[in-house]
Design a protein around this ligand. Sequence first.
Ligand SMILES: *[C@@H]1O[C@H](CO)[C@@H](O)[C@H](O)[C@H]1NC(C)=O
Ligand SMILES: *[C@@H]1O[C@H](CO)[C@@H](O)[C@H](O)[C@H]1NC(C)=O
Ligand SMILES: *[C@@H]1O[C@H](CO)[C@@H](O)[C@H](O)[C@H]1NC(C)=O
Ligand SMILES: *[C@@H]1O[C@H](CO)[C@@H](O)[C@H](O)[C@H]1NC(C)=O
Length: 336
Amino acid sequence: MKIMLFGLLAVLAGCSDAVDQFVYSGFTGSNLILDGGARVTPSGLLELTNGMVRLKGHAFHPTPLYLRKSPNGMVQSFSVSFVFAILCDYPDSCGHGLAFFISTSKNFSSAFWTQYLGLFNSRNNGDPNNHIFAIELDTVQNDDLQDISNNHIGININSLHSMQSHDAGFYDDKSGDFKNLTLISHKAMQVWVNYEREITQINVTMAPLNVEKPVKPLLSTTHNLSTVLTDSAYIGFSSSTGTVSGKHYVLGWSFGMNSPAPSIDIAKLPRLGKKARSKVLQTILPIVAVVFLLSAGTIFLCVWRNLRYAELREDWEVEYGPQSYWDIAGGKVNFS
Ligand SMILES: *[C@@H]1O[C@H](CO)[C@@H](O)[C@H](O)[C@H]1NC(C)=O
Ligand SMILES: *[C@@H]1O[C@H](CO)[C@@H](O)[C@H](O)[C@H]1NC(C)=O
Ligand SMILES: *[C@@H]1O[C@H](CO)[C@@H](O)[C@H](O)[C@H]1NC(C)=O
Ligand SMILES: *[C@@H]1O[C@H](CO)[C@@H](O)[C@H](O)[C@H]1NC(C)=O
């Protein structure tokens, strides 16, 4: 009985701080809340969109976060890391991107796909009542949202017009040089988001999977998230496709409140599928296949005709004996 009670207490203690910290190294067995095109694949990938056009998908950690220590207190410091990948059938038309977010509501039924990334619509974009903080990984340049490029990462408050954005990449720790990264490269990459309550600083950093978190963040700004986020809020991911489409995946994800985000076990991450063929290959392959089939068909027909001819000849030979010479109207016809 004592042991049971002790066990129960341990479980309860585990529950109460479960919202303060979590880590997913792959999503097999997780009970994320999913909507739209989102699903967890048998291999454990969180697939937000699957390459179909005009699709949106969301995934939420099952329990809301309690971001303040008291109802009127400040939003606490937090830290997030996640590993994502974007797969494209056609590298020259792939979209629209994905976003990490913290939001009061998990009802995104009225959000638009395409450039709205399944987060906002044309009416509520920019509305302070959204109470949404998001980091966008945007692969289509939309002039109406003042996007800087078709390969950028941005800090967004209640709007898809980023308060700060930069081309995807990282600052090399040794040289200090900026190294660009291509979001739609089919490669898994890691992103870190850090918020510091005292100075209301937001840092966003990214790097390839085999590179340690760079010291210098890619984006750094200040915004008091206590004025944006409500006490209870959902944390998750959103993605959308438009007339151009892509497959958007999250491989791993971790969160820590008043502590660094636990490190994701890279070795345990689910594997991505085979790289999509290039457009050149996709055009050439069918032609090669047709040419091959036609040649094979021609060769087969030739061989078949020769065999048939040989058979006919053999029948002839059986009937009239080999090496027969016929005399037709005085001429000699050789059938052998
Ligand atoms: C979600 O919001 C829409 C309006 O935007 C509303 O019609 C719908 O009932 C809401 N769904 C839930 C489950 O609350
Ligand atoms: C990244 O940089 C390389 C060379 O430094 C360049 O060839 C490539 O086009 C750049 N990619 C993007 C997406 O800017
Ligand atoms: C942001 O990055 C700078 C430079 O590395 C660092 O000094 C600062 O503590 C970081 N802030 C947060 C909130 O992580
Ligand atoms: C942030 O906003 C909250 C609520 O408005 C306020 O109490 C707090 O002092 C602000 N923090 C800073 C550092 O300005």
